[in-house]
Design a binder for this molecule. Structure first.
Ligand code: CP
Length: 307
């Protein structure tokens, strides 16, 4: 694997290899401590984030340091892109500084693909979220979390709830879940927040929370991606919570051992009630910790690939 740009079409063998490799980096003891290893010693990882991030950017930095790489975080706000330099000119300059790997977040779908096509074959590119298209490492850490708590994928009902239309996370999750053999993937959302023909992705469509959550093993919540809804008629937070907010009462319709996930950032009282976000079934913070191990697995897999 030269680059990781999407989970769409990623062979199940590679998905499983990454999850297995991540398992080797994380302690199963309470706290899920992550090991430091020398696998990327002497390599330079450049984090170039043209969009805000708390979890992805920070866990990539921690993951690269745990792999003993040198890490450079480009501050886009104070970079020369604000003076009109193009994305590819910026990348060329970072290549001249001997970058070995780029971790890229951009508001434009396809930005990471563009960079991957442009750079020399010895350089690896990881998509850390492009527009509404893909967020593959988020999906991989979500798969790792599901496997950690549920052991297997083959007997699960999984519901993805919320703004599917604007969500790169949902798209990447659906591709990963179906490739790993989850027999029933549901999407639960109002019609206005679903892509047309979403069922072609192999999911069952629900518009009603009570029906969509009935007997599921995993509930994956999404926030309203207001920043990608230019011109759209936004539901008010109260209105949205009334029909699609995850409350204790609604969660009680899922299996009693169901886990609740959220990629973050969370909007409490909009898509999720605080009592659920902080409740016994929530695995939202372990997701973040597992993200370090999964990103280590992705970076070491790419670095070990033959050009
Ligand atoms: N899940 C996720 O991508 O979060 P950040 O935007 O904080 O990186």
């Amino acid at each position: 694997l030269q680059h990781l740009l999407t989970t769409e079409g990623l062979p199940v063998r590679i998905l499983r290899d990454i999850l297995d490799k991540a398992s080797g980096f994380v302690s199963l003891a309470e706290g899920h401590e992550i090991k430091k290893v020398p696998l990327l010693h002497g390599k330079s990882v450049f984090n170039i984030f043209f969009e805000n991030s708390t979890r992805t950017r920070t866990t990539f930095e921690i993951a690269a340091k745990k792999l003993s790489a040198d890490v450079v975080n480009l501050n886009i706000g104070s970079s020369s892109t604000s003076k009109g330099e193009t994305l590819l000119d910026t990348v060329d300059n970072l290549c001249a500084m001997h970058a070995d790997m780029f971790v890229v977040r951009h508001s434009t779908s396809g930005a990471a693909h563009l960079i991957a096509k442009h750079v020399a074959p010895s350089i690896h590119v990881i998509n850390a979220g492009d527009g509404r298209h893909a967020h593959p490492t988020q999906a991989l850490l979500d798969m790792f979390t599901i496997r950690h708590y549920k052991q297997d994928f083959h007997n699960l009902r999984v519901a993805i709830v919320g703004d599917i239309l604007h969500s790169r996370v949902a798209r990447s999750q659906i591709h990963a879940l179906t490739t790993l053999g989850v027999p029933e993937v549901r999407v639960v959302a109002p019609k206005t927040l679903l892509p047309t023909h979403v069922e072609k992705l192999g999911v069952r469509v629900y518009h009603d929370m009570a029906q969509g959550l009935k007997d599921v093993d995993v509930v994956m919540m999404l926030r309203l991606q207001n920043e990608r809804m230019q011109g759209a008629l936004l539901p008010s937070a109260q209105e949205y919570f009334k029909y699609y907010g995850l409350t204790q009462e609604r969660l009680a319709l899922a299996r009693s051992d169901a886990i609740v996930m959220h990629p973050g950032p969370m909007n409490r009282g909009v898509e999720i009630d605080s009592s659920v976000a902080d409740g016994a079934q929530s695995v939202i913070l372990p997701q973040v910790t597992f993200g370090i191990a999964v990103r280590m697995a992705v970076m070491s897999t790419l670095a070990g690939s033959k050009q």
